[in-house]
Structures are given as C-alpha cells and as structure tokens.
Design a protein around this ligand. Structure first.
Ligand code: CA
Length: 216
C-alpha cells in the first residue's frame, strides 16, 4: 500500500512518514500543495494524508483539483480551531479528517478504513484456502498457525488478496508497494514474492509470465 503525505511541518512530515513505513506502507512525501497535487495526479496512491494549511496552494484547493480526475481516498489533517475547514474539506471531497494533534494509532486506523472502503471490502478478514489474513491486526495465519512476514511481505499479500482473482501487473505492484526511491530496484519485487512463497506455499501466488501475479 502506497501513501502520499502532504504536510509542510518538517518534523511532523518526517515522523509520520517513518511511522507509516514501519507499518509497512510505501511512503512518498511533499511539503507544499503544488508538489502534492503533482504527485497525487501522477501516481495511483492507495490513500493521501493531506494537511489543510499549506504554503501556496492549500489542502482544500489541492483536493478540489485532484477530485476532477481521481477518487484516491483522502484523509485531511486539520487544526483543532478549524471546525469550518473540516466541513469545507468534506464538502470538497475529503473522505475523512483527523484533528491535530493526533495519535498515530488513529491515523493508522483511519487509513486502514479508507483503503478498505475504497477496495469495497466490508471486512478486515480475508480467507484464501488455508491462509487467513487479518488486515486490522496485519497478521497472517496458515492452518491457524501465525506466519512471520516482514511489513513489506505483508503488504504484498494484502494487496494481492484485495485483488483476488484479478491479474495484478508488476507495474501495479511497484506503484502500490514501493516509494519513488525504491521503484528503480527491478528485482525487489521478485525477492518479496519468493519470500512469501517460501512462507505461504509456492502455489499461493501464481505467476502469469510476462503479465504479473494473481491469487486464485
Ligand atoms: Ca500546515
């Protein structure tokens, strides 16, 4: 899952980016509205965290312009005294908002809910044969036994599971699992796929040679 954060406070931006990476997300960042919009329009993010108060183009304007072309889920960050901004943000097409200062756990939970909703999944539990995925806890079991996955391996499994039965291309996986600095490492994906197969069985991820991957 790949997230874009648009926030102009350097400490908050860096802290949030690091926390989300530790949760296994690929994270791109922008510290102003113009760059944020440019990224948001150019990449299919799974969700965007967007501050309202930004230098130059503010968050509401970024959102208004983005909504002309994309439905990417957007979580707005607003200050406590900006109640009217919240209402305007939701009017402009925001999917949810969090009031600063916020708990990281609250951001994680809301992002999970937004991503789940946009994938039309009503449940956090997915079952594929003997494999059971709990997207709320970010855990995977096989025949009831917990499987140790790295954060990135987990993201790969969850992304494929949410697109079960569909062909997922390598390009899609690179776009959703890795940030802009990692995208140039062409064998990174193969390494993660190979590790997941060792842990969940060789048949769990099917290769469609020349096209991509699929979970049946
Ligand atoms: Ca700000």
């Amino acid at each position: 899952m790949r997230i874009l954060i648009v926030e102009d406070e350097p400490d908050l931006l860096a802290g949030l980016a690091q926390a989300l990476r530790e949760e296994g997300y690929a994270v791109d960042t922008a510290d102003n509205g113009d760059d944020g919009l440019f990224n948001a329009e150019g990449t299919d993010y799974d969700a965007i965290v967007l501050d309202v108060m930004l230098p130059g183009m503010d968050g509401r304007e970024v959102l208004r312009r983005l909504r002309k072309t994309k439905k990417t889920p957007v979580l707005m960050l607003t200050a406590r005294d900006q109640t009217r901004d919240r209402v305007k943000g939701l009017d402009a097409g925001a999917d949810d908002y969090v009031v600063k200062p916020f708990d990281l756990e609250e951001i994680f939970a809301r992002l999970r809910a937004l991503i789940r909703r946009s994938a039309n999944q009503s449940s956090n539990l997915m079952e594929i044969g003997a494999v059971r995925i709990n997207a709320a806890a970010r855990t995977v079991t096989i025949n009831g036994q917990m499987v140790e996955l790295t954060a990135r391996e987990y993201s790969l499994v969850e992304f494929l599971a949410r697109h079960r039965g569909e062909l997922v291309t390598r390009t899609q996986l690179y776009e959703h699992l890795f940030d802009e600095n990692e995208c140039s490492l062409s064998n990174l994906l193969d390494v993660h796929v190979s590790n997941v197969r060792k842990k969940l069985g060789a048949e769990f991820i099917v290769t469609r040679r020349g096209y991509g991957y699929c979970i049946e």
